[in-house]
Design a protein around this ligand. Structure first.
Ligand code: PLP
Length: 378
């Protein structure tokens, strides 16, 4: 049955049945459904100013951009409408920067196996999964490297015929690929290779960023600074958004006319982003993610210890259980018991709960999960 309403971590279907939503609409509704402050702010903004295009200024653009640069250590932001679009903007910056350095650059790119960067032709080119790519080839020239393999990465960045790679795209925690974390050693090695060869390091934090991992950026604990960071999903609390954040050195690469977006960075969406960032920073949600993330980790580790799952992967409020051959069956069985989860990378049952999920709701979800796995055919 269709879903008609929701509050916090609860979704209600047309028959009045409630579900615990541990998917948040694929990692989007981090404030939960119908968050009171967010809903009131959106309703208020709709009566003031919804859209002006990026030909005109409005104060929310400057406010949200300055919060984002402060939180990420980046220098400038371009707003768009989705994660894929944020990556398209990153691609264009990387290609133009490479061309400015070397007029013969072909703008070749490097990405990682198991990566997911989106479905538009540019972002799809960076996405590893053959089934997503093949019907639409030829795509942009991208060399794929196994995550963790610095020797292969060095070759891919260096050996591009006449020119080195323009950019390396990576997800610090590979989301759709199955919640695989890149090691701090690999990230440090990647940073060094990019510095040596003048290749830009682009961190796609569309799924892992904006607080979901327990830090504002999942890259933060590694101490690595990317040249470009892309964000999306939860950033406007449920409205469509993408953001491309760039370092000081790259802030001037795109000149007026090089890129644009009719809807990107409009007042309505950025009012949603303002509330999301206020709740995250001043409203205690960043800390809540760390606490609930630790509870989720403990709960999932207990399940692994009993032998009901092969392993736990991910961090913060993006974690899951490896259930080879059984992830989809588990997802369906959970749904029947009123718990919404997703799958990723084929074998992973993935949880992307809203940041506002209560300890009680999380416990309840872990109980349902344990019972379901106990009864699931092997
Ligand atoms: N990048 C990553 C890491 C993602 O997980 C996703 C979506 O799942 C995207 C990009 C694409 O975002 P969107 O679907 O908003 O275009």
């Amino acid at each position: 049955p269709p879903f008609v309403s929701g509050t916090g971590a609860t979704l209600i279907d047309a028959r009045g049945r409630s579900y615990l939503d541990l998917n948040s609409g694929l990692g989007v509704t981090a404030l939960g459904h119908s968050h009171p402050r967010w809903s009131a702010a959106i309703a208020d903004q709709a009566t003031r100013l919804t859209h002006v295009s990026n030909l005109l200024r409005h104060p929310l653009a400057e406010e949200v951009a300055s919060r984002l640069t402060h939180l990420s250590g980046m220098a400038a932001v371009f707003f768009s409408n989705s994660g894929s679009e944020a990556n398209e903007c990153a691609l264009k910056i990387a290609r133009k920067a490479a061309r400015l350095r070397d007029p013969h650059s072909r703008g070749r790119l490097v990405a990682l196996e198991r990566s997911f960067h989106g479905r538009t032709l540019g972002s799809l080119s960076l996405t590893a999964r053959a089934a997503y790519r093949e019907p639409f080839e030829p795509l942009l020239e991208v060399t794929f490297v196994p995550p963790g393999d610095l020797t292969a990465l060095a070759e891919a960045i260096r050996d591009g015929g006449p020119s080195k790679a323009a950019a390396l795209f990576l997800e610090p925690i590979q989301g759709e690929g199955g919640l695989y974390e890149l090691s701090p050693q690999f990230l440090a090695g990647a940073r060094e290779l990019c510095d040596t060869h003048g290749t830009l390091l682009v961190a796609d934090e569309v799924q892992s960023g904006a607080g979901r991992s327990g830090d504002f950026l999942a890259l933060a604990p590694s101490g690595i600074q990317a040249d470009i960071v892309t964000l999306g999903k939860p950033l406007a609390g449920g409205l469509p958004i993408g953001a491309t954040l760039v370092s000081e050195e790259l802030a001037g690469v795109l000149a007026p006319g090089d890129h644009g977006s009719t809807f990107g960075g409009g007042p309505l969406v950025l009012r949603g982003a303002e509330v999301f960032l206020e709740e995250l920073e001043e409203g205690g949600l960043a800390e809540a993610v760390r606490q609930r993330g630790a509870e989720l980790r403990e709960g999932l580790d207990r399940i692994v210890a009993t032998g009901l799952a092969a392993e736990r992967r991910g961090r913060g409020l993006m974690q899951g259980l490896a259930l080879p051959g059984r992830a989809s069956a588990a997802q369906k069985a959970l749904f029947e018991r009123g718990l919404i989860a997703s799958t990723a990378g084929g074998d992973l049952l993935r949880f992307l709960p809203p940041y506002v999920i209560t300890p009680r709701e999380l416990n309840q979800a872990l109980d349902i999960l344990t019972q379901t796995l106990e009864e699931l055919p092997a």
